[in-house]
Design a protein around this ligand. Structure first.
Ligand SMILES: NC(=O)c1ccc[n+]([C@@H]2O[C@H](COP(=O)([O-])OP(=O)(O)OC[C@H]3O[C@@H](n4cnc5c(N)ncnc54)[C@H](OP(=O)(O)O)[C@@H]3O)[C@@H](O)[C@H]2O)c1
Length: 342
């Protein structure tokens, strides 16, 4: 099969960071699907993992690393323990970061964390959603404990980083659950995108947040989902969260965080890491397959839309380099997806 190996280096745009290679097709373990990749989304996790890899000239003897865990494809073969999905099914998934990724024509993924993809989306439109959709769902409805069915209607959620991949689907999910969503964006085009995703109001994260929130009539908010820099927003989140409110973050901190800032308010803090369930093989990892089924049903019902904004074709080293350098710029709106093999 064709695959694209990734190497280290400070920028994804450097020549030689990606290389088209041939590998033997993998064969499924008992619970695995072998999926032919039709479209793969790029995510900041791809650029973060790539930046820690050895340079192309310094990787003698190390097997090539395949990145990319966010994809749509067709099931080509199944292991003997697979029961719910079958050869020919069109699926989507965000996979397991501890296994080889989807910058390849074929990939192995455990059936439990896959689901049929929405029938009304193209492969590229579908591939935009699994990783960010799972992250947003787990962050809002599991870590923050908000109710996807609307029992928390009219509570206020502040989303930091509203126009990125995770923010774009989180705004939609929160609005669908009836929440009042205040999203952050710093440019006219990212602000407009947040509004198109359903944000009730948009604040500028390059300007002080408390006066902007106060001007919207909420000096504090019920919950905060931080999809950006945890360190940079720590103290302002402590200021903005209401007493007994909850905060979730998805980006690891660089310096120790002062938990005491949350004590007087008895506010809670949660981490969300989308790969926890598959990587740690938690007994409930099949919940990710269920979340993907719920997301697909909501897309098919017209309640959620794809967050695809940039489609690059084919899946090749040049387009991956372009996608990685755009992601590294930190100003993406929605999702970049690569589709089709040369
Ligand atoms: N823990 C997990 O499971 C998990 C899952 C997915 C992603 N992540 C991490 O979460 C982060 C976001 O992922 P993503 O896919 O949404 O990234 P992304 O699509 O690259 O995010 C781009 C957005 O970030 C916004 N942004 C830039 N600087 C910001 C700031 N100072 N404050 C708030 N927003 C800012 C930009 O908005 P403007 O242009 O308007 O400034 C832009 O729209 C990444 O670090 C990623 O690695 C973690």
């Amino acid at each position: 099969m064709k695959a694209i190996a990734a190497y280290g280096g400070p920028s994804g745009a450097e020549p030689g960071v990606f290389e088209l290679i041939e590998l033997p097709p993998p064969s499924p373990g008992p619970e695995d699907l072998l999926v032919r990749i039709e479209a793969v989304a790029v995510n900041p996790v791809d650029t973060k993992v790539r930046s820690g890899l050895p340079d192309r000239g310094n990787c003698g003897g190390i097997p090539p690393r395949l990145l990319g865990w966010d994809a749509a494809g067709v099931v080509e073969a199944v292991g003997p323990g697979v029961g719910r999905l079958a050869v020919g099914d069109r699926v989507w998934f965000a996979g397991d970061i501890s296994r080889p990724g989807c910058y390849a024509e074929q990939v192995l993924v455990e059936e439990a964390i896959c689901a049929p993809r929405p029938a009304n989306l193209s492969a590229a439109e579908a591939a935009a959603l699994p990783l960010t959709g799972l992250t947003a769902w787990e962050a809002l409805f599991e870590r923050l404990g908000l109710d996807p069915q609307g029992a928390d209607r009219d509570r206020t959620l502040l989303i930091l980083g509203g126009a990125g991949g995770v923010g774009s689907i989180a705004i939609q999910l929160a609005r669908r659950a009836g929440l009042r969503v205040i999203a952050s964006a710093s440019r006219p085009e990212s602000r407009a995108w947040c509004e198109a995703m359903g944000a009730s109001a948009v604040v500028d994260h390059r300007q002080p947040l408390p006066p902007q929130l106060a001007a919207l009539g909420c000096a504090t908010v019920d919950a905060i989902a931080n999809f950006s820099d945890t360190d940079a927003y720590w103290s302002v989140m402590a200021e903005l969260i209401r007493p007994q409110g909850s905060i979730v973050a998805i980006v690891g901190n660089r310096a120790p965080l002062d938990l005491n800032l949350l004590k007087a308010k008895s506010a809670s803090f949660h981490w969300e890491f989308m790969f926890t369930r598959p990587q740690c093989r938690t007994p409930d990892r099949g919940e990710q397959g269920e979340i993907l089924r719920r997301l697909a049903a909501a897309v098919e019902a017209g309640e959620l839309r794809t967050t695809l904004t940039t489609r690059l074709s084919p899946i090749n080293p040049a387009n991956l380099a372009l996608a990685h350098s755009r992601l590294e710029g930190g100003r993406c709106i929605g999702k970049i997806v690569l589709e089709g093999w040369p």
